[in-house]
Design a protein around this ligand. Structure first.
Ligand code: DAH
Length: 339
């Protein structure tokens, strides 16, 4: 009888120890406890056999019970500690790890070019104004003296809405809006987005940004324009830049010129950026056509002015050595983070 009792106790203790070693949750441990030491547990049930034992065996049996209970209790405690340490390990904070960083955005290179250009012109007395991207034909073409047959008016080149309005093709439309709303003298620059039905490639996009400049006063000449552009270019690119003018044609200027900057990279010696010419074509410009002045109600005998316009992506491309216009609108953060 005693032998049987001791064997059972050993079995219970061994199986409890094995189960506790494998226990994964608090509930696994509780189950072992209930099954062994609990009110209906195996050890508790065995203790009822105690009374039936002969007196000489009672001492050994009592000792075996105590040992079994202690062994199971120790195993229970050990299993609990093991579980707690796993949880602790999971919640442990490694104070040597670097903190989590916010993914902070950067200013788009075209926005930077707009801000830089406006700040430079502001120091020369030009205020920045904006106009609508959704324009009417009058501001975008008619008032700017574009002949009715001008190819740029063609729906192949310009996005028209059903109501006859259009997405402006040039910021020159803002010249008209500004002059209609203010009396001379005035000096403005107007940066903004323009749209054309071009097939996108490395240098053309269906939308791009221009910066328009306009200066109207009593005594204005192309020499003023040249010095203004030279100052702007030198400030913008951070080195002395020469400006050269070549005859050209725009409906809204007379005479019209094409303005080249001496090459920003080589300073005019010739390199692959300027295709060995030493010059970069940058801006269209000219003296505001008297017809345009009349269209906005100014008297061409009283005032004159110059106007110019250039592409902002082109400036940013030269400044940052970017070789494809499409990169500006791909919105790839790896590209944008470089500026
Ligand atoms: N609007 C012209 C273009 O889109 C650029 C331009 C040329 C603007 C001459 C002007 C100017 O103000 O005088 O190509």
């Amino acid at each position: 009888m005693l032998e049987e009792l001791l064997t059972k106790l050993r079995e219970i203790t061994a199986s409890a120890a094995a189960d506790l070693e494998a226990a994964k949750t608090e509930a696994d441990i509780d189950a072992v406890k209930n099954r062994t030491l609990g009110r209906n547990g195996a050890v508790t049930a065995l203790s009822s056999m105690m009374g039936k034992l002969p007196n000489e065996s009672k001492r050994d049996a009592g000792k075996a019970f105590n040992e079994a209970k202690t062994a199971i209790q120790d195993a229970l405690n050990a299993a609990r500690e093991r579980l707690e340490s796993v949880v602790d390990e999971k919640n442990k904070i490694d104070v040597t790890l670097p903190g989590r960083r916010w993914a902070i955005g950067t200013k788009h290179p075209v926005s930077q070019a707009i801000e830089d250009a406006c700040a430079i012109f502001r120091r020369m007395g030009f205020i920045a104004v904006t106009g609508p991207e959704l324009e009417d034909v009058w501001h975008n073409f008619d008032a700017l003296n574009a002949p009715l047959t001008h190819p740029s008016r063609d729906p192949q080149d310009t996005f028209y809405l059903e109501d006859g309005r259009l997405l402006r093709t040039q910021t020159s439309a803002v010249q008209i809006r500004t002059m209609m709303g203010r009396k001379p003298p005035l000096r403005i620059v107007s940066p903004g987005r323009c749209y054309r039905r071009d097939t996108p490639d490395a240098t053309h996009g269906v939308h791009f940004h221009q910066l328009e400049g306009l200066y109207i006063d009593k005594q204005v000449s192309l020499a003023d324009l040249k010095s203004t552009l030279m100052t702007f270019a030198s400030e913008f690119f951070g080195r002395e830049i020469e400006v050269r003018m070549r005859p050209s044609f725009f409906p809204f200027t007379e005479p019209s010129v094409e303005c080249d900057f001496s090459c920003v990279m080589c300073g005019g010696k010739g390199c692959n950026v300027c295709k060995n010419s030493g010059w970069l074509e940058i801006a269209g410009a000219g003296m505001v056509n008297p017809k345009v002045l009349e269209n906005v109600g100014y008297d061409p005998k009283e005032v004159q002015g110059y106007a110019f316009g250039f592409g902002l992506e082109r400036l940013a491309m030269i400044k940052h050595r970017i070789n494809d216009l499409r990169l500006f609108s791909d919105n790839d953060v790896r590209f944008l983070h470089q500026f």
